[in-house]
Design a protein around this ligand. Structure first.
Ligand SMILES: C[S@@+](CC[C@H](N)C(=O)[O-])C[C@H]1O[C@@H](n2cnc3c(N)ncnc32)[C@H](O)[C@@H]1O
Length: 252
């Protein structure tokens, strides 16, 4: 008898729920991005500026003004609030699996709508969305192909999919996107931009982890949180993991 494959979602949700209690200062939960040509709308004194710049990079050249936008895995909502305001989005919905992240996101309520839900079974109508955004989350899903097919289902014909994530070096993520039926507008490997951001942001991240009341998780969070010399950072530097951004469209 074949044992049904267990879902990792309950553990993932529990991890992010617990992190929300331990490190509440973060409103954005990605490794960040920096570009040598900096024409960014992100305020230069914003403490989470590199993480917001990854949002800005992900949606570059995508028409957001007046659009129906869906962000899948919106985390604590900091990126959603930035994009919705900076780009005059008509309606921005953020969905996340973690109840605590959604509670955080709703607490800062000033525009976007936030809902609890799974990337692989979206409670969103067919062909109702102009732009889907997904940042640094798909590596946590049980079934990335099911996620891609959900994105295609909810997008209007001609709608955009702005997608960034880190992956193992041998992962053919672009192939899966094309097989799913997306048209590729642009694909960029941005690992050097992510490493450069982490270099500049490592001290802030490390100080927040060191200040946690529960000292037992400090090393784990430094591994996960991109601190220089720790696991996630080293994997990028050693080339074991790469970071890609994709801009795609649903065919008309
Ligand atoms: C690294 S965080 C990134 C969050 C956000 N995109 C950001 O940059 O701040 C990954 C997020 O993915 C969410 N997530 C993981 N698995 C999910 C799933 N199956 N469905 C929806 N969200 C999921 C987690 O709860 C977490 O908030």
């Amino acid at each position: 008898m074949t044992k049904a494959k267990e879902s990792k979602s309950p553990d993932v949700a529990a991890y992010y729920d617990q992190a929300a209690g331990n490190i509440p200062t973060f409103t954005v939960l990605n490794y960040g991005y920096i570009d040598p040509i900096d024409d960014s709308l992100v305020p230069s004194d914003h403490p989470e500026k590199y993480c917001l710049k990854l949002y800005e990079h992900t949606v570059r050249e995508t028409p957001l003004a007046g659009a129906q936008v869906l962000e899948i895995s919106c985390g604590r909502g900091g990126g959603a609030r930035f994009l919705a305001k900076a780009f005059q989005v008509a309606h921005y919905t953020g969905i996340d699996l973690s109840e605590e992240n959604i509670r955080f996101a709703k607490a800062g309520n000033d525009g976007p709508e936030f809902l609890l839900g799974s990337a692989q079974a979206l409670d969103i109508e067919d062909e109702s969305i102009d732009v889907v955004i997904n940042i640094e989350a798909s590596h946590l899903y049980d079934d990335r192909k099911q996620f891609f097919s959900e994105v295609l289902r909810v997008l209007k014909p001609g709608g955009y999919f702005c997608y960034t994530d880190g992956c193992w070096a041998n992962d053919n993520c672009t192939g899966d996107l094309l097989d799913a039926g997306f048209e590729l507008i642009e694909r960029r490997e941005i690992t050097p931009n992510v490493i450069a951001a982490l270099k500049l942001d490592s001290e802030r991240r490390e100080a927040l982890f060191d200040a946690m009341p529960d000292k037992s998780l400090i090393e784990e969070y430094k591994d996960w949180g991109g601190v220089i010399g720790y696991r996630a950072y080293q994997r990028f530097v050693n080339g074991e993991t790469l970071y890609f951004s994709h801009r795609l469209r649903k065919p008309v």
